[in-house]
Design a protein around this ligand. Structure first.
Ligand code: DC
Length: 236
């Protein structure tokens, strides 16, 4: 058997990173880690404790000293076959996907101390290899030595349409305009923030999935994975 590798997937909001990351992890029997869920859980914590004003301003002086009290982890749900996010022992998988969290997550994830804590945890999770991790800074900061790096992108209107359909199917009442505004705003903050901004790693393979079906993406990415695995030494 080939030694396991780590796969880093970065890219813009709502361009299907997690769908492809989960599919690859399932195919390879690897662990999928949704780093965005950790930033979302941190944002939920800040909202629950009143550290974010109604105008969206984060009270860093209150949040930073509280970081040691925030425990985030994933547990595998054997009924749904999915990893679910836990915040201080509570399952928050649904709550972290709300628009309220989406609208406040970028300023929280721009805070240096928040990133330092979560990046440290993410590096530790990938130490034993066999991980597919998606996010914004995985190939550049969290796993700069990942054996395979992908950078995913898609047209913003196409991303907004997909996200709108997903929210609609979950019963969330919103409009295309609001979803597009949220995506554009997050792209802007994610790419321009001072700490670990979203940038394409020089050795990442770009996947523009604007006009690709899920199956086409999966076949393309798996061909890259298999090419990379062929050059891996054998292990036990
Ligand atoms: O992948 P997502 O949309 O669930 O991520 C939510 C937010 O978390 C995203 O707007 C930016 C932030 N994030 C980050 O800063 N670094 C990561 N590695 C992952 C997500």
């Amino acid at each position: 058997m080939k030694l396991k590798i780590n796969i880093a997937i970065d890219g813009y909001s709502s361009c299907g990173k997690s769908t492809i990351a989960k599919a690859i992890a399932r195919e390879l029997n690897y662990i999928y880690i949704d780093s965005g869920a950790m930033y979302r859980a941190m944002t939920l914590y800040a909202l629950q404790h009143g550290y974010i004003s109604p105008e969206g301003k984060v009270n860093e002086d209150a949040l930073i000293p509280a970081l040691d009290l925030v425990m985030i982890n994933f547990r595998y749900n054997t009924d749904t076959y999915r990893y679910e996010t836990f915040l201080n022992g509570q399952n928050v998988e649904r709550e972290i996907r709300t628009l309220q969290v989406s609208n406040n997550v970028s300023p929280v994830s721009a805070i240096k101390e928040v990133r330092m804590k979560l990046v440290r945890m993410q590096k530790r999770m990938a130490e034993s290899k066999g991980v597919v991790m998606d996010g914004r800074d995985i190939g550049t900061v969290v796993l700069p030595d990942a054996e395979l790096k992908l950078f995913m992108t898609a047209d913003p209107t196409i991303r907004a349409r997909r996200r709108f359909d997903e929210l609609h199917s979950l019963g969330v009442d919103t409009s295309m305009e609001e979803v597009l505004r949220n995506i554009t705003q997050r792209d802007h903050i994610d790419t321009t923030r001072a700490h670990d901004p979203l940038v394409q790693a020089p050795d990442a393979i770009v996947v523009d999935n604007s006009h690709l079906t899920l199956d086409e993406q999966f076949q393309f990415v798996m061909s890259k994975v298999n090419q990379r695995l062929m050059t891996q030494p054998a292990g036990n």
